[in-house]
Structure formats: C-alpha cells, structure tokens
Design a protein around this ligand. Structure first.
Ligand code: SF4
Length: 210
C-alpha cells in the first residue's frame, strides 16, 4: 500500500476506534492552551490540568499573568518540572500577548512560533485546536506510531516527520489524526511496554506489527 493510501486507511480506522478527537489538556481560552502546552513538556497532561487550576485561580487572564513575576509563576508550576524555564517562558509570552497582541493569541503560525517557549509542535496544536486550521502535531506518540505503522521510515526529528506527514495526510484531517495517535499510543501502541498488536485495529496494515 502506498503511503497516501495507508494514511487514509489509518485515519479511517482510528476515527472508528476513537470517535472523539480532543486535546487532553483542559482549556477554555486560547491563552490557557498556550500556557498548558508549555507546562506539558516532560510532564503528563493530567498533572498539568491539576496545576493550572491553581495558576488560573490566582491569575485569571493574560494581563494578570503578565503582571506576575517569573518567580511567582514558578512557585505554582514547579510540580510540572523545569519550573524556572517554564515560568520564565510563560511570563515572557504573556507580556508579549499583552503588549503586542491586545492580550489575544495570534492566529498566525509564524507569530506563534516567535513566542517564547513555543515550538512547531505547540504552534501546530494551537492552530489546529484553537483556530481549526490544518495542523500536524508531532509529539512523541505521533513520531513513534508513524514510524511503526510505516507512514514515515526511520525519521525521528519532529520537523522532518511533520513535513513528511504534510505530504500524505489531508490537511483538514491532520489535527484530529494527531489527537487520535495520542489515544492509540497511550492505550495500544505503547512506548514503555510491548505494543498490544493483538488488539490493534491497524494490525493487518502496520509495518511493524509485533
Ligand atoms: S500493530 Fe502493533 S506496532 Fe502497529 S500500530 Fe498496532 S500496536 Fe502499534
């Protein structure tokens, strides 16, 4: 099966397996997803969702968080790990939103990418989830699964995986597809245990089926 055909088949099967395709970070405003995605680096989404409750209780909007010092932010976000650098980025990011974007999150990939602590993965996540635009979010699940399934061949570098996937995934499917890869990567095609190929809906088309 050619990669494009394989991609369409995988998209179709994952849709049936996981009808919902939602981000596992909780947020009700765009700026909160920006904060959460920075906190999620090397931390679980579940822990981030708990920690941000305290953060938003104390700093309920962009301006309030922009007024906080990095030290004040670090005090709260420390349980997510890498507290100092995450707090520094969040502080700088909120100040830029306040000063340059009228306290709003810009709806532009390059503008997002220029914000402190925002890489391609985060910028894509925001574009897809917040603005409903085409997006490919190459997190650890996406990279592992796409290699195992055979959608990419031996590519580990996130940007290269993203570029390869843009060529075979219909743009409007990208964001939901990546969310579903996260579900599948957590539940079936796991990283820390042997993947559960015997109960995988992709077993007959997967390159690496074990
Ligand atoms: S068949 Fe196995 S390796 Fe392939 S996607 Fe499913 S769980 Fe992962």
């Amino acid at each position: 099966m050619r990669k494009k055909e394989l991609a369409l088949e995988v998209i179709d099967r994952l849709k049936k397996e996981y009808p919902l395709a939602e981000c596992t970070l909780d947020y009700d405003e765009a700026w909160k997803l920006l904060v959460s995605v920075r906190l999620a680096a090397q931390c679980t989404d579940a822990r981030v969702n708990v920690v941000v409750e305290d953060l938003y209780a104390k700093y309920p909007d962009v301006n309030a968080l922009a007024e906080a010092t990095p030290e004040e932010i670090e005090e709260i976000v420390r349980p997510c790990g890498l507290g100092k650098s995450k707090a520094r980025d969040i502080s700088a990011c909120m100040r830029i939103l306040r000063d340059q974007y009228d306290s709003k999150v810009p709806e532009d990939f390059d503008a997002l990418l220029s914000l402190p602590g925002v890489g391609r993965k985060s910028a894509n996540l925001i574009m897809g989830d917040v603005f409903g635009k085409p997006a490919i979010v190459t997190d650890t699940h996406c990279i592992r699964l796409c290699n195992r399934i055979g959608l990419v061949d031996g590519i580990k570098e996130p940007k290269k995986v993203e570029m390869a996937l843009w060529k075979i995934i219909p743009p409007e499917e990208g964001s939901d597809f990546c969310h579903r890869l996260v579900y599948h990567g957590r539940e079936v095609c796991t990283a820390r245990t042997k993947p559960y190929c015997d109960k995988c809906c992709l077993a007959d088309i997967c390159k690496k089926r074990i």
